[in-house]
Write a protein that binds this ligand. Structure first.
Ligand code: GLY
Length: 419
């Protein structure tokens, strides 16, 4: 019997998940809520509020979903997965309690400390009167994080103390505590793991490019591009990250009575002493997912269903296509500030063009509807070929005022990343 799947979310990550699910022969029906102009080509879009547990459960029941896959963190943190499970629906994504690993940076630090996992030294500041003294205990590079969900934009990494202070003061004024962290040196890796209690299955390691401009210039974004695998990462490092980081954290969550079920995303800095955690996320990363899933050969629906139903340990090993994949984000004018939306896009229905912030206007044209508008994926026998294909595909897209980074994966290709 075929599996009916409902995906929650509307970004490039969800478009990539839907493409992966469509390629799984056991998946017969695909639904998404709310989706975007691109997802409508391969799934049925439903105008449902993704953070309303009642609306999501009602939709899952209406479409007869055998599996619900929750893409973004906000529905997870507010408990949409709990509501689905309570209604007896198999769900890929952690409970609200387990999603705190992303929702509260202070909670994540506590879990890591208990699990003996290497991470930055951190202090939570919730009193503006204590901010200056705390800032003096850090530097010369300050890492200032909003202790809440900020879509990747709540982090400022800077050698400018005034800029660090301004960001911290802004978070405190808006009522959020801030986390000051020591700076972790070394290239960053995103390792996504399917986790079901203490069972951990890693996907391919990837690297995101978080700053808006080439050569890491400008402010942080939700992610401007990614590539996988990482030619500079020693082959044994994935197993080391699983053993030293992900498994101890998964075991600590089980010990606390809040087992993690879903996708645990370890964001790491790989230093000379090995991996150290920059952050955890409780869901697939965007835009790394678009590159990672482009190389997955095993059926995605089966892997997600096994995780959701507590049978991940029985899943056969994942198989991957040889070669490399690159994804490059095409962003709207002014992103990561307030993006301009409503511009008509041409060339967005081509192969490898995944949609993130897109919609149809009254004339039926595809228009921009968010900051990150498209995620363009290229694959090839190696990183050079994958980059070539991604950038050749971008050439054919027109979106007034848009911008993208031209250097995704370039440092790796030119051998400029080392541990
Ligand atoms: N790639 C960054 C994130 O998904 O948070």
């Amino acid at each position: 019997m075929g599996v009916r799947v409902l995906v929650i979310g509307s970004g490039g990550r969800e478009h990539a998940l839907l493409i992966g699910l469509r390629n799984d022969p056991s998946v017969t029906d695909l639904h998404v809520a709310p989706g975007n102009a691109g997802t409508a080509a391969i799934a049925t879009n439903h105008a449902v509020d993704a953070v309303s547990s009642d609306e999501v459960v009602a939709l899952a029941q209406k479409v007869g979903a055998d599996l619900v896959v929750i893409g973004p963190e906000v529905p997870l943190v507010v408990g949409v997965a709990d509501a689905l499970r309570a209604a007896g629906i198999a769900t890929f994504g952690p409970s609200a309690a387990a999603a705190q690993i992303e929702g509260s940076k202070a909670f994540a630090k506590d879990v890591m400390n208990a699990a003996g996992v290497r991470t930055a030294h951190a202090e939570v500041v919730d009193n503006p009167g204590r901010l200056d003294a705390a800032l003096d205990r850090f530097g010369p590079t300050w890492v200032v994080k909003d202790d809440g969900l900020a879509a990747g934009k709540g982090v400022v990494v800077t050698t400018d103390r005034d800029a660090a202070r301004d960001h911290a003061a802004e978070c405190l004024e808006s009522g959020h505590p801030v986390l000051l962290e020591s700076f972790l040196d070394g290239p960053e890796v995103s390792l996504f793991c399917l986790v079901d209690g203490e069972t951990v299955v890693p996907l391919l390691p990837a690297q995101d490019h978080k700053r808006v401009g080439d050569n890491d210039a400008g402010p942080n974004t939700g992610g401007m591009g990614a590539y996988t695998p990482l030619p500079w990462l020693p082959a044994e490092m994935t197993a080391r990250i699983v053993d030293e980081v992900v498994k101890p954290v998964a075991a600590e969550m089980v010990r606390r009575g809040i087992p993690f079920s879903g996708l645990l995303y370890a964001g790491l800095a790989i230093g000379q002493d090995g991996p150290a955690v920059v952050e955890f996320n409780c869901r697939f990363g965007d835009p790394e997912t678009q590159a990672v899933l482009a190389l997955l050969e095993s059926p995605l629906g089966r892997a997600l269903h096994a995780t959701a139903t507590g049978t991940l340990a029985d899943l056969p090993p994942l198989e991957w296509r040889e070669g490399a994949a690159v994804t490059v984000v095409v962003a709207a004018e002014y992103y990561p500030g307030k993006p301009r939306t409503g511009d008509v896009i041409t060339g967005a229905e081509a192969a490898g063009v995944l949609h993130a912030g897109t919609a149809r206007n009254a004339d039926g044209a595809i228009v921009s509807a968010g900051g990150r508008v498209l995620a363009v994926v290229g694959t090839g026998d190696d990183l050079a070929e994958a980059r070539e294909q991604a950038y050749a595909r971008i050439e054919k897209i027109k979106l007034p005022g848009s911008h993208f980074r031209t250097d995704i994966g370039r440092n790796a290709l030119e051998g400029r990343i080392s541990i």
